[in-house]
Design a binder for this molecule. Sequence first.
Ligand code: NAD
Length: 251
Amino acid sequence: MLENRTIIVTGAAGGIGRATALILGAAGANVVASDIDANGADTVEAIRSAGGAGHFCRADVGSEPGVAALVRETIERYGRLHGAFNNAGVEQANVPLHELSIDQWDRAIRIDLTGVFLCLKHEITAMLENGGGAIVNTASALGEVAIPNAAEYVTAKHGVTGLTRAAAIEYGVRGIRVNAVLPGIIRTPMIDRAIEHPDFAAGFGKLLEHHPIGRFGKPPEVGEAVKWLLSDAASFVTGAMIPVDGGYRAI
Ligand code: NAD
């Protein structure tokens, strides 16, 4: 489905990013797996072991020089950029808004929102020079609704949905599709960490009620949607917010 396409995946060391990188590698893509965590190199090892192609590039999505270097290294290695999954992110601090420190706010906005902006900026620049491409951003069901004690995360993810729409309408006519996936709760290291916080843990059972499918999601279930959105099978889809949430937003 993605033979010889070169695709960047951020946040590829674990969770949704790693699972998606493996799926894209199995679909024939050259996967540039990126993460701030050096363990992202293991994801590339796993892609290669399964017969695919990949390269690890360590980068902080909150740093413009870091993101610029990621895109540059991708072009140097594979010649051009066809696709990107802008997925790296951090969870909320689990405190009420009036107790949220400016550092906690800045961290979420820098990584979860500015990180997506920086990736879009440099990926789109590269794609405009080479005939277009497809981009998927990871927003969240919390890009459309809120939960308590997550104001900085909810705000950042609402920003990602806005940014996705803004980019889609600016670049559609120039051959670049931009969409977002909006996962519900997916069991990943992020959720394992969040659940250690007593306030989040207390509300966790109630969150299951928001998933009418009766369970939380698995990382490859997001990865399959991303694969489709990045492929030519989704050639008329842009500016779409694709829920992968077990029905969270249907209630
Ligand atoms: P995760 O913590 O398992 O993986 C996130 C990855 O991002 C990690 O490998 C981490 O090292 C990396 N990362 C963090 N900061 C970074 C930075 N500054 N630069 C580069 N990489 C960085 O989390 P996940 O659950 O797989 O989350 C992936 C994305 O999905 C995030 O954007 C998250 O907000 C979103 N999301 C997750 C869920 C869920 O329930 N797990 C639900 C909705 C949205």
